[in-house]
Design a protein around this ligand. Sequence first.
Ligand SMILES: [Zn+2]
Length: 275
Amino acid sequence: MRFRHAVAIVSLSLLFAGIHARGDESLPIFDAHLHYSAESWAALSPQAVLALMERAGVTGALVSSTPDDGTLMLYKADPVRIVPELRPYRRQGDMVAWYRDAEVLSYIENRIERNVYHGIGEFHLADASQVDTPQMKRVVEIAVERDILLHVHSGAAPVSALFAANPKVKILWAHAGMDAPPAVIGELLDRHAQLWTEVSLRAEDIAPSGNLDPAWQALLLRHADRFIIGTDTWAVWRWPVYVGLIEQHREWLRQLPHDVAEKIAHRNAVRLLDQ
Ligand SMILES: [Zn+2]
């Protein structure tokens, strides 16, 4: 009797260990912040990037690149896993004044005709006044006309200005505002039903020393449908650490209820991007 009891306990713990291990390995991740810019494509082939995604358990990625050709190269290599978005930057220098540059706008208007893009971005806005240009008005209009996202790296104010310009716009807020605290992110998500956010570069805020921060935990539970994972491969050195960046996110995801973790890990992105 005692033996059978012991066997039952052992089997039960093996079962839990099995569930735990399976959960760890198989939680698929959608990475909503991948760049395959010129320096990266000089260092890694599209196949090498796809192999890294495979190793990291990344089942899909929203990709934008400087210039856009990098995105199209990756997309050609895997049109199922790669979801392209159109980055307005033809070269790094465009980042500074793209929002008021007529040539950049023509570049966007021409490229967007390919009809493969699920968003415009990731682009940078330093303050709300930068939303107020004829070029930006047109960018917002294009996104609404085509029902695609704007992927915005900015503080809270430009996000509000974009929604004021057109409440129908859909925004993916890069890095959850980079240094925005949970209260600010929560307030913005409360106010705008068309806002989603990805948490690239935020793993250490979400889980300092690996433990889920209580304010972040409350926010992730409250807006479980609006958070998405991201890594941000903005420089070549991000690729050798790519698997670790994904694992860093998995570590805090494991501390959430499984259904919430699954939403943030991939379900929200798949639904938003109509994958
Ligand atoms: Zn960014």
